[in-house]
Design a protein around this ligand. Sequence first.
Ligand code: CAA
Length: 248
Amino acid sequence: MAGRLALITGGNGGIGTAVVRQLAADGYRVVTTCLDAEAERIDAWRQQLREEGVEVDYVVCNVADFASCQKMAEEVEQTYGPVDVLVNLAGITRDTFLHKMGAEDWDAVLDVNLDSVFNVTRQIVPGMRDRGFGRIVNVSSVNGQTGQFGQANYSAAKAGMHGFTMALAKENARKGIAVNTVSPGYVNTSMTAAIPDDIREQIIAQIPAGRMAEVEEVARVIRFLVADENGYITGANIPVNGGLFCSF
Ligand code: CAA
């Protein structure tokens, strides 16, 4: 929606880039957070998007760190103005069976995937409440709904995200704020490319659609949920999983 400001954490990843493209096409001003501009080669990424006619800015921020998020939110507000749309997308995996999992694998995944949602959203929600408008999407995973081998940490974090979504949706439903979860299944990104080939083939064989999702297919759902027109879908968990997990 023309002129609205969208903040996307980890927007320079696979799904994030598709979200940036689609929201920019709808007329949003888009800002992403990134952990380390140099390591993530964000200038090259921005240049590539600029050549396509897509403008996106970034703010360096460690979403796992509350103080860093506070600073990021101040910087975003001062530079670009109030945030209308927040997409919590930053996420990592540290896959290993629980009986081999170190505390650092647990902490890293919970900090980046779940604590981050509190750290960032806590900065943004008060302004949304004051202005009486906001759209928040938390990007979870089918593996938060089903559990997955090697992902006790990731599945716990992703399941936790939707509990957060539901509570926040209720707290803010009368303030013009819609809060939802999108739970992608297996998506064609660098994250799924890191799954051992034989295991990935086994997983794809279990997907009724017979393939992984493309990033645009996930982005389209996020685009729909953050639109001004969507005020009444709130507290929902929308699956984008090719039929891998069907539920009421
Ligand atoms: N389904 C069925 N069996 C599985 C399995 C799966 N998804 N994952 C592992 N196994 C089985 C293996 O086939 C193997 O069985 P056998 O002993 O009978 O041969 C056994 O578990 C041990 O597996 P590994 O030999 O691979 O053991 P490992 O310790 O080297 O690695 C693992 C274990 C880390 C779980 C590894 O198998 C793995 O990376 N699995 C994929 C995990 C996964 O799906 N991650 C999702 C990443 S993408 C993502 O997270 C995005 C999203 O939101 C969907």
